[in-house]
Design a protein around this ligand. Structure first.
Ligand code: BMA
Length: 295
């Protein structure tokens, strides 16, 4: 049996809001965290409106399905690296602070940038944190591994890892995962959500792109003590564009995720359909554990 994510019947969960000029056209690629104390799901999503610049909007939910949204963006371009937008947030809680890695987009290309918040409204901005070259799809580990912070990022076409002692200075950049020839992830790969720590290893959701530019999602497992070491990779995609809202939109044939959380015995994967709207798909944790053991 191959692992498949199950779509929520209420998809799509969030759509653009025509009355809000900053999010009137597309909303997608949302980061989601669940706060155990507040019992709330917090979402930061990428929004595009009349000026084609990406900003970050905020939504909150008690059940992970019905979200209430603010009518203004909570994070907008603020420097020369971001003139074309702040894209694709990924959230990781470290101590009592949420760190957001995002793509800063300008005429110079894409760069990995970082900001942090405690309330999703007010921010500390740290700017570009990785070397000055095209780089995106970055996600922080939720804890130090062997005494150092780690993040995954993507320099085309591979997934890379970098290390830091303080979260701000990143070194020892190294490739950890490549595209696979003649497969659904043959052109490029990139991290989906920040990796989740499990007893079997660091569990990773990633996206793969094929020669026809179809975006699909897959699972991989990395060594617990050395997350530069790829242990297993599921053969087939766990989600691929099938529904109309995934096949038609700003960019056709795309399922793209920035968020996977463990909640009530399930992995909840928040993903975007066709760079257009937000949706949810889930899979029982126990099923993933069982199937990964067989690989
Ligand atoms: C990637 C990113 C994502 C987007 C995807 C599919 O390169 O730009 O924001 O969802 O392409 O278009």
């Amino acid at each position: 049996m191959s692992l498949k994510l199950k779509r929520d019947m209420r998809n799509p969960l969030l759509l653009p809001v025509p009355e809000h000029s900053w999010e009137s056209r597309f909303i997608f690629n949302g980061a989601v965290v669940y706060d155990e104390n507040e019992k709330l799901f917090h979402m930061l999503y990428r929004a595009m409106g009349v000026d084609d610049v990406s900003r970050i909007g905020y939504a909150v939910s008690t059940d992970g399905v019905h979200f209430s949204r603010l009518d203004k963006p909570v994070f907008s371009p603020a420097n020369n690296f971001e003139t074309k937008g702040c894209e694709d947030p990924r959230l990781t809680k470290i101590d009592d602070e949420y760190y957001m890695l995002y793509t800063a987009y300008s005429k110079n290309g894409v760069r990995v940038s970082m900001a942090s918040t405690k309330n999703f409204i007010t921010w500390k901005r740290y700017g570009v944190i990785l070397p000055d070259q095209d780089d995106k799809d970055a996600a922080l580990f939720p804890e130090k591994v062997n005494g150092r912070y780690m993040l995954y990022h993507r320099i085309e076409p591979d997934i890379w890892v970098s290390f830091s002692d303080d979260l701000f200075h990143w070194t020892d950049h190294k490739v950890i995962m490549n595209p696979r020839k003649d497969r659904w992830d043959s052109l490029k790969v990139g991290i989906g959500a920040p990796p989740v720590k499990t007893s079997q290893g660091w569990f990773m959701l990633y996206h793969g792109v094929d020669q026809n530019m179809v975006y699909r999602l897959g699972f991989a497992l990395f060594d617990l003590n050395d997350p530069t070491k790829l242990l297993k990779r599921v053969d087939n995609p766990v989600l691929e564009p099938e529904e109309d809202f995934e096949r038609f939109g700003q960019v056709p044939n795309v399922v793209f995720s920035d968020a996977m959380i463990q909640h009530d015995g399930n992995y909840m994967v928040y993903y975007a359909g066709a760079d257009n709207c937000m949706a949810l798909a889930t899979i029982p944790v126990e099923e993933v554990e069982r199937e990964l053991k067989k690989l």
